[in-house]
Each structure stands twice: as structure tokens, then as C-alpha cells.
Design a protein around this ligand. Sequence first.
Ligand SMILES: Cc1cc2nc3c(=O)[nH]c(=O)nc-3n(C[C@H](O)[C@H](O)[C@H](O)COP(=O)(O)OP(=O)(O)OC[C@H]3O[C@@H](n4cnc5c(N)ncnc54)[C@H](O)[C@@H]3O)c2cc1C
Length: 333
Amino acid sequence: MTGAISWPVGGVLERWLTGPRFHPLPNRTPGTPPPLLSFEFYPPRTEALEAQLWTCIRRLELLCPRFVSVTYGAGGTTQERTHAIVVRLVQETSLVPAAHLTCIGAGRDEIAAIARRYWDGGVRHIVALRGDPPGGGRYESHPEGFAFAAELVGGLRRVADFEISVAAYPETHPEAATPGADLDNLKRKLDAGATRAITQYFFDTAVYLRFLDRCLAAGITAPIVPGIMPVSNYAQAVRFSTLCGASVPAWLGDMFEGTEDDPEIRRMVAAVVAAEQVRLLQANGVDEFHFYTLNRPELTYAIAHILGVRPQASRPAASSLPSGPARASELAP
Ligand SMILES: Cc1cc2nc3c(=O)[nH]c(=O)nc-3n(C[C@H](O)[C@H](O)[C@H](O)COP(=O)(O)OP(=O)(O)OC[C@H]3O[C@@H](n4cnc5c(N)ncnc54)[C@H](O)[C@@H]3O)c2cc1C
């Protein structure tokens, strides 16, 4: 042995792999089903990026996600592009699509018309959001529109019997008066008819687990599905996290330090970081995950593989799948 390791007093070398401090994550019990996944895409701006999106969709389709969702650009700027992608998903793939829809830039009647168009096109799932103004700035509701996502959920319910997902914030939405008020808002959205919440991404697993405890204490029993952001561009992630209120732990910066000019190494580091995160969540009983794919399949595919998800020849009907295990109630001690 070289002199790099100093021999402790008493002659016992405590190692992380064998000492009392390290607790290996439990393996999945044989026979337990792999977790349920959903994937989020965004509408690209160019034809080349559109081709990349469809390559990504086709690759991830093999993993038979529970659903895939398509975002609605800030300020409603991608209304037509979001619609076109979602309808193509219905017509050309085996995937179950969910269309994101926001309160921004449209009155209630217009939003109802958009929702009806989705329903008529075979879309049954909406991710209902307030949205943010384009280019940042202060949010102001449309004079004839819905002010908040909870109102939008109620409006969608009146249009058709949509499945509705909403957003949740383990670290509290940046504009919320207090964490308690934000939790009350989440409850209002679920009480208005949403059946699932998808979280803003987070890097510290404890943040999400503590949030689940708070949801439980507030009587929320709907699935709170963790949003997983595989970070391949650390600098960009830091900028975006500042805007959306997600904290970036110092250890994450340490992991990516020095990889600025090396995208390949960054991707490998990103895979390790995200894999650790999902394994830790899985070990804590979470078995439903929503991936922010950024229209790139590799990282999401690799992390899904680590979680035990394998390609399947055909997808089971969405209705025959078990309900979301990330329900706060199912994680109760
Ligand atoms: C999973 C996910 C997907 C997303 N997809 C998109 C997308 O496709 N397009 C897009 O533009 N944005 C998207 N966003 C971002 C989202 O639009 C922003 O985070 C937005 O600022 C809040 O949206 P919300 O639906 O959570 O709003 P809300 O639930 O309406 O809450 C917004 C804020 O208002 C507060 N609030 C709510 N009701 C009241 C009330 N009655 N009185 C006072 N305060 C109140 C809440 O506490 C919160 O601070 C997404 C976010 C997530 C987590």
C-alpha cells in the first residue's frame, strides 16, 4: 500500500464500503414492476431541431412511458406548434400525449376552444399551468382569462372529462406568499379536478421527500411525481434554476467543475448524478418519474435503464396500468 492512506490509530482502516457510515441502496425486490415514466418534450423552432425531436420521441417510445407531454412556450408562443406535435403523437405513435396549456395570452373562451380542439383530436390529458410571461417580468392575468392554474383546471373540467396534471414546487414557487400558501394552492388545484402533480425539478432528494411529508400533513393524497432534470449543461442549469427557484447544491458544482469544454465528460457526469438521484428516490419508495428530456433521448434512456425499465414490443393500455405509486399516502410510514 502506498503512503497516500494514513493508517489510523488502532490499526483499523475504516472504509466507506464496509464501515458503518455507508448504507447501500436496496435493490428492487425481484418481481416488483419497474417504475412508471413520463417524458416531457418542448416544441422546437427549426426543422432540424424538429427532426431531432422525433428521433428522440421514437427512441423513448420503446420504453412505453405512461404518457409524454409537450410544453407550451412562455406567453403561449408555441400554441400551434404544441398542438401539431401533440396531434401527430396521437396519430402516428403508440404514445399517450398530454398537452401543456397555460392561462397566458388568452381569454377563457379562447382557452376553452383550444381545449375542445384537443379533445376532438383525441387528446385526453392536459398539464394545466398558469405560465410565465414571455421574456420574464411580472405576471398579469389576461383581463378575460383565468388568473391562476386552479381556475384553469376548473375551466378545463367544464369543457370535457380530461385527465389533468398540475405543477408542484418542493422548494416553493418563487412568487408564493409563503410555503404554506403555495401548498394551499396545490391543494386547490387538486380539489378543482387535477389528479396528479408533477414537481419542478430539484437536485437534493431530501427536499422532495420533505415536501411529500408536508403534502401528506396537508391531506394531499394525489401522486406527486418527481420531475427529473438530467443536467448536461451545468452553467445553463444554474441560470434556469435561479429563475425558477430550484436550489443548486454546492456538490453539484463540484461534480461539473472543469468539464466546461468537454461535453462528452459532462454527459457522463450528468448520468451519474441523475442515476444517484433516481436510485435514492426509488429506495425511498418512489416509483413514478417525470423526465425533462430537453428533446434528447440518451440521458433519459440510460437513467430509465438504471431504474429497471427496458424496451417493450407493445405498450399496455394506459388504463390497465397501476395508479401512481408516488402518492403521498402510499409513502406514509
Ligand atoms: C411540471 C411543470 C411543467 C411546466 N410547463 C410549462 C409550460 O409548458 N409552459 C409554461 O409557460 N410554463 C410551464 N411551467 C412553468 C409554470 O408555468 C411557472 O412555474 C408558473 O410561474 C407557475 O405556474 P403554476 O401552474 O404553478 O401556477 P399557479 O398554481 O397558478 O401558481 C402561481 C403562483 O401564484 C400563487 N397563487 C395561486 N393562486 C393564488 C391566489 N388565488 N392568490 C394569490 N396567489 C396565488 C401560487 O402560490 C404561486 O406562487 C411548468 C412548470 C412545471 C413544474
